[in-house]
Write a protein that binds this ligand. Structure first.
Ligand SMILES: [Zn+2]
Length: 286
């Protein structure tokens, strides 16, 4: 089978290095047999109503400072449009996942955005969007970025159909609550088995929750060569992580949407790690 991945050149805003890197991943993907790239349609902005506070949505649309740049990257129409396109891709990829079991959105920059503003290079919370868009569906996020998904955790307090299990090396304000389970793991001190055990514990929460959709936030800034990494996963351990997480969705028969997350080392090496995640998806679902 082929796996559908949503991507538009609009995602890779040239004036934002963290987003521009997505273009390198997309380019490499064209050579990966089994992945079919699809371009999303423009976002229906009505889908964002109520997701974030109205004054923030207006500021982000119009470029009204300081809110417009609250994510930490200077606002421009190009940056705004990149996020709009990534959110459209997110909705389409979630529908695709529900239809065929798995889909990919080659996007990043969602999980730190909170209701009132952006944060940590994340302008709009495209993960919370999925739960906001389908209140009748339970959405469970497995967030394996170096940084805790504090924005999604906060949204999970507002949205009763949103759940998150987060394994991180940098807490980023995550405290956990009745629908958010956190695991702080530094492999050098705690051992890699502790990391794998954390995934197993999240799997049990997924079994108990019985979600309609799983979202894997596959950050690679937890790779040990990344300047921000405190988790400290080797390339082989990262591959094991990907296979184990993707295997949960496959084994339990729950539709899976994979999104990319953070990554701050050399863009070509980053792209290779991202491609590794997608290769794992092909191997598990192939
Ligand atoms: Zn991160």
């Amino acid at each position: 089978m082929s796996i559908k991945a949503f991507y538009s050149p609009h995602y890779a805003a040239a004036d934002t290095p963290t987003l521009a890197r997505l273009g390198i991943v997309a380019k490499r993907l064209r050579d990966l047999p089994g992945i079919e790239l699809l371009e999303p349609s423009p976002l229906d902005r009505g889908k964002l109503l109520g997701l974030h506070q109205a004054d923030y949505l207006l500021a982000f649309h119009e470029g009204i400072e300081p809110l417009a740049s609250s994510q930490g990257v200077r606002w421009s129409p190009t940056v705004r449009n990149a996020f709009y396109w990534m959110l459209s891709g997110q909705l389409l990829a979630s529908e695709q996942a529900m239809e065929s079991g798995i889909a990919i959105n080659l996007a990043r920059g969602f999980h730190h955005a909170v209701f009132e503003r952006g944060s940590g290079y994340c302008a709009l919370n495209g993960i919370a969007l999925l739960a906001h868009h389908r209140p009748d569906h339970k959405v469970f996020v497995i967030d394996c970025d170096e940084h805790g998904g504090n924005g999604t955790e906060e949204f999970a307090q507002r949205l009763e159909n949103l759940y998150q299990g987060s394994i991180f090396g940098t807490r980023f304000g995550c405290l956990g609550h009745q629908r958010a389970w956190n695991y702080l793991v530094h492999v050098a001190d705690d051992g890699f088995q502790r990391y794998l055990d954390s995934i197993s514990e999240i799997r049990q929460h997924i079994v108990d929750t019985r979600p309609d959709l799983l979202v894997f936030q596959a950050g690679v800034d937890c790779h040990r060569d990344d300047p921000k990494s405190r988790v400290g996963l080797s390339s082989a351990q990262l591959e094991q992580r990907d296979r184990k997480v993707i295997g949960i969705a496959h084994d339990l028969g729950i539709p899976l949407l994979i999104v990319l997350g953070g990554g701050y080392q050399d863009p070509e090496r980053l792209a290779a790690l991202n491609i590794g995640t997608l290769q794992a998806a092909l191997d598990v679902f192939g």
